[in-house]
Design a protein around this ligand. Structure first.
Ligand SMILES: [Zn+2]
Length: 400
């Protein structure tokens, strides 16, 4: 149970990140950074250091000719659920049925349809009051254990860069990372869900701010003069396709999501996020917004509606496809360990997507966990023990 022991040690450290401008957003994360730094030093890795953002970077030298590869996990946990004082419980030989967490909170098959598939496993759950931290301390533990396996097995492998980042959950995970400086041709984030997942497609993402400038006049004498910004904001929203929203889409279907609206007669604003896996459909969605703004400007006068659209991240698929061996290698590593690989498009982004566009193609692999960012988070011991072998096989595949 060595990976499990590591995992339990890491989840005991409180590393919740917070919304902020610069990484590290919370100083508590550095406790785990320092713990990992000293463990990596004790294991004999080279050039072990913590950068200004709290990221831990270390090198396992290669013993064979192969491109340098990075394995990446994040040490912070989501601010969406309490992450302090985590008391993991292990349900040995889980029967696949409803669970009552230690706090009395029920965790039922009706709510979580994947539970029966975990029958017979030793399932690590929370006590019902915090998240577990498998996202992504499972990834951290699995990478640490993979390094230990590579050191003891004596199998041929190239140089391996171990990277543990802070603040992934608040969008600052790649802060401080310089792909050229890292010097790796390829990378993998280990930050996914159920064992076997290989993710290499994510949304293209943009956000749009719409500002509406009205004209306030006393309602009693407003005829033909008033321009009601609030009403025009509602009209703007009514011009958008009703089916292209998060609540009506799944799989590869993108959306335009209104996440904020506020206003008065004189000023109103709308906030949107735009998401699509497909570049052309992504561009189309931006056009829908700009055309709606242009239409209302024609109707109410130039300058009534101002729209600003900014890109956030892009689909990594374009960067992975020319290096598709990254996916087939991962598939083979899973299969060699009796796990069926699965690939589903991510309806969000990953740090790997950013790194892919920064020049290091970087798919995302499973950790084995379920129910991230909440009190129902869980992970089977068996997945924790299997992932390091899969990661070690994957790293060795580059030297074959
Ligand atoms: Zn994560």
């Amino acid at each position: 149970m060595s990976c499990t022991n590591r995992f339990l040690r890491y989840v005991a450290v409180h590393t919740t990140s917070a919304e902020g401008e610069h990484s590290p957003t919370t100083a508590i994360q550095l406790e785990l950074s320092r713990m990992l730094e000293s463990e990596l030093n004790a294991m004999g890795l080279q050039n072990v250091h913590i950068d200004a953002c709290g990221n831990v970077i270390a090198t396992l030298p290669g013993n064979a000719e192969a491109p340098a590869v990075a394995l990446i996990a994040h040490i912070d946990t989501s601010p969406d659920a309490p992450g302090e004082n985590i008391k993991p419980q292990i349900i040995e030989n889980y029967d696949g049925g409803d669970i009552t967490l230690a706090s009395g909170l029920p965790m039922t098959v009706a709510q979580f349809e994947y539970l029966p598939s975990l029958k017979g496993m030793d399932l690590i759950v929370t006590d019902g009051t915090t998240l577990l931290g498998a996202d992504d301390k499972a990834g951290v533990a699995e990478i640490m254990e993979a390094v230990a396996l590579l050191q003891s097995a004596g199998r041929p492998h190239g140089e391996l860069r171990v990277i543990f980042t802070t603040d992934e959950e608040v969008g600052l995970g790649v802060d401080g990372l310089d792909v050229a400086q890292l010097g790796c041709k390829y990378g993998y984030t280990v930050d996914g869900g159920p064992i076997g997942e290989i993710e290499y497609e994510n949304f293209n993402a943009a956000s749009a701010q719409v500002k509406i400038h009205g004209l306030g006049i006393h309602p009693g004498s407003a005829k033909d003069k008033m321009k009601n910004a609030g009403a025009i904001a509602a009209e703007f929203q009514s011009l958008l396709p009703v089916a292209q929203t998060p609540e009506h889409t799944e799989g590869y279907e993108g959306f335009i999501h209104l996440h904020s609206i506020e206003g008065t007669v004189t000023e109103a604003s709308l906030g949107y996020i735009i998401r699509d896996h497909d570049e052309a459909k992504f561009a189309e969605k931006k056009t829908i917004l700009t055309v709606a703004a242009a239409f209302l400007n024609t109707k109410y006068g130039e300058g009534t509606v101002e729209i600003t659209i900014g890109d956030n991240y892009r689909n990594m698929r374009q960067r992975i496809e020319p290096e598709f061996h990254l996916i087939t290698r991962a598939q083979k590593a899973f299969e060699a360990n009796g796990v069926t690989p699965v690939s589903v498009p991510i309806r969000g982004g990953t740090d790997g997507a950013r790194l892919s566009w920064m020049g290091m193609p970087c798919p995302n692999l499973s950790t084995g966990g379920y129910g991230f960012h909440g009190v129902y988070e869980c992970i089977p011991v068996q997945a924790l023990e299997q992932m390091p072998k899969i990661l070690a096989d994957l790293v060795c595949s580059f030297a074959e």
